[in-house]
Design a protein around this ligand. Structure first.
Ligand SMILES: [Ca+2]
Ligand SMILES: [Ca+2]
Length: 357
């Protein structure tokens, strides 16, 4: 099974009134027949058997889980980890034989104190810390099978609370604003006329005041993440090129502008993570067949690559900006590397890491 993307959904080619189901599909290209959640790791939305790979991370078995040339498992592993602080929340299916059942876990960034936070037979994924590290926002279909709604819970896994209750259950990619007052996420909402395309929404942390802030009826937007000052959001969209690129916009949806573009090469850039100091790390196929991680500034300049293999997808910054945690494609592994990509260590099995702010 490939641990590819979990954050985000692709929904295309839908006609109104068609049976819709949410699946968990992997693969490196748009594919038909993603009905089975057991096909792969990545939850996504499928309509009449059509769903599109969200990651491009693919089922690349050849490179999926092998330590990259960036020095994973090197002799400095213990040293690098031992100095790290904070907690990382992530997803894994390590404790279940049911491939449709992912659970949330937390682990100290130094590798200690692994804790399982959820125990149920449903998908739990896309976790992100609240800015104070006391709560986790995440996605689950625990109330209605294949119906993905946004929840919060305490950092120890208690007090789970459902925030959204939508007709189609296509919510994904929640992210908490730095001031704690808003949660951004992706959804098709409840409007049938917008069924086939995703927008970025924001809401209060209690689920009230839901607003569609992108309103692009002919393009998808996914994976919103907040700028450090909370004034902007970075996200993915295919609104101009048909391929996913990294965009930023004001927190009210105005001034949408594209930061990445690879000309006519049809390469994609996804999974942005924004760090104080205005650097954004993202995953892209701009130079390679597989994804790699790149860092750029918030103007889209000074792009440089920091990985060279492993098909990395989701990433997050350490609280002090010196490290990046990221998950690999393939069978699912979370690595931590120095921000310059020079040192890499394996942290644990899993995907979709989020580091306490
Ligand atoms: Ca679960
Ligand atoms: Ca849209």
């Amino acid at each position: 099974m490939a641990l590819t993307d979990l954050l985000g959904s692709a929904l295309r080619g839908a006609a109104l009134g068609l049976a819709m189901y949410v699946s968990s599909c992997g693969g490196s290209s748009p594919s038909m027949g993603c009905q089975r959640d057991t096909d792969c790791y990545a939850p996504r939305v499928c309509v009449q058997g059509y769903c599109e790979d969200r990651n491009g991370g693919g089922e690349g078995e050849s490179e999926g889980n092998s330590p990259g040339p960036n020095g994973t498992s090197g002799g400095n592993t213990d040293n690098l980890l031992s100095n790290l602080t904070g907690k990382i929340v992530f997803i894994s299916d390590r404790d279940t034989s049911n491939q449709n059942n992912y659970e949330l876990y937390s682990i100290n960034a130094n590798g200690a104190d692994l804790r399982r936070l959820t125990t149920n037979s449903s998908m739990d994924f896309a976790p992100k810390w609240s800015p104070d590290g006391r709560k986790i926002v995440f996605v689950s279909d625990r109330d209605v099978k294949n119906h993905r709604e946004i929840y919060t819970m305490d950092a120890d896994g208690t007090n789970a609370r459902r925030l959204t209750e939508t007709v189609y259950g296509t919510n994904n990619g929640p992210s908490w604003s730095p001031d704690g007052r808003k949660i951004a996420f992706e959804s098709i909402g409840d409007d049938l006329k917008r069924l086939v395309y995703f927008d970025i929404y924001i809401m209060d942390p209690d689920g009230n005041n839901v607003q569609n802030i992108t309103n692009t009826p002919n393009a998808d937007e996914y994976g919103p993440v907040w700028s450090p000052d909370g004034q902007q959001l970075a996200f993915e969209s295919n609104q101009n090129t048909g391929f996913m690129d990294i965009y930023i916009m004001d927190a009210d949806g105005r001034n949408q502008r594209r930061l990445t573009y690879d000309g006519d090469n049809r390469r994609e850039s996804r999974f942005p993570a924004w760090f104080p100091g205005s650097e954004i790390v993202f995953s892209s196929t701009r130079d390679t067949t597989d994804h790699n991680l790149y860092i750029m500034n918030a103007e889209g300049n000074n792009v440089h690559r920091v990985t060279s293999s492993g098909n990395p997808n989701y990433s997050c910054w350490s609280p002090d900006r010196t490290k990046i945690a990221y998950s690999l494609g393939g069978d699912g592994q979370i690595n931590i590397m120095t921000a310059d990509g020079e040192e890499v260590v394996e942290l644990t099995e899993g995907a979709q890491p989020s580091w306490t702010p």
